[in-house]
Design a protein around this ligand. Structure first.
Ligand code: 8Y4
Length: 274
């Protein structure tokens, strides 16, 4: 059984720590090729208070080269298995490939995080059979070219429509609605102004009655506005939480945990120190 429903039911914002297991990882400078190093980083994020570890083996940077199923499996599955064997933290697999989803689900992960929202061949059916929650992210275009000329006639309306379509497709494929999490896809085929508007208008997406995930940590819209990426990402995370995000995907776990504790304490008008 997935640990995610219980975590979400706690009602507090959840912190998802990013764990890239890619040789060309931008933020991590390719430090986490090795399973041991990746597992240690995951356990460090658990110590820092991460609720979920999102393990990804396929670079989604514009211009990145595609990864084979074998290469992605070799990167991601050993890390998921090792963390699963020594921690009760919720595990997420950032993948769009049905083969990886299936193998990861059989290994006991708690969430599928798919930037293609199960639109790749075979993904919908495999996800339906896994019985764990799935994050459906919006993206205009494909990673390689999505930032070339992002354009929307009606940004919020189009993303709203995309979610309606994908939720329907999931339900039609046999995925119960309560397994779904929605994500506006900050930085995925959007201009900086689009990204800012989507955070500001996040409350409109609460109409689906599904948990919202937001990932803006250290992304280019953030770095364009302020040089201090940590402070800027924390500010963005707090606004996203204030606007209704249930899960925040971040690189800086301890700092985000601290910031969200302040938000929760103010909400509760009561000191929350754990
Ligand atoms: C610096 C830091 C430069 C980060 C680029 C990046 C999301 C996601 C990614 C997201 C969900 C990234 C896998 C992009 N972003 N999954 N994945 N939501 N659900 N870029 O926003 O972090 S990877």
């Amino acid at each position: 059984m997935s640990r995610l429903p219980n975590l979400l039911a706690s009602g507090r914002p959840l912190i998802m720590g990013v764990l890239n297991v890619t040789p060309d990882s931008f933020s991590d400078g390719g430090k986490f090729l090795n399973t041991d190093v990746a597992v240690n980083r995951a356990l460090q994020m658990v110590e820092e208070g991460a609720d979920i570890i999102d393990v990804g083996g396929e670079s989604t940077r514009p211009g990145a080269t595609p990864v084979s199923v074998q290469a992605e499996s070799d990167r991601v599955l050993p890390v998921l298995e090792a963390v699963r064997s020594c921690s009760e933290v919720a595990l997420s697999c950032d993948t769009s490939k049905p083969e990886i989803m299936q193998a990861a689900a059989e290994g006991g992960i708690d969430l599928i995080n798919d930037i293609f929202a199960l639109q790749q061949e075979g993904a919908l059916q495999v996800a339906a059979d896994c019985n764990i929650p799935i994050c459906l992210m919006h993206m205009q275009g494909k990673p390689r070219t999505m930032q070339e000329n992002p354009f929307y006639k009606n940004l919020v309306g189009e993303i709203f429509h995309f979610f309606k379509d994908r939720v329907s497709a999931c339900v039609a494929a046999g995925i119960s609605r309560d397994r779904l999490i929605l994500d506006i896809g900050f930085g995925f085929g959007k201009s900086p102004d689009d990204n800012l508007r989507l955070i500001n208008r996040l409350p409109e997406f609460s109409e689906f009655g599904l948990p919202l995930l937001v990932g803006l940590s250290r992304k280019s819209t953030i770095s364009r506005i302020a040089e201090d990426l940590l402070s800027a990402s924390l500010a963005g995370a707090l606004v996203a939480v204030e606007r209704g995000a249930s899960i925040i995907r971040v690189h800086d776990v301890s700092e985000t945990v601290a910031a969200i504790r302040i938000w929760r304490s103010i909400q509760a008008e009561k000191v929350i120190d754990e």
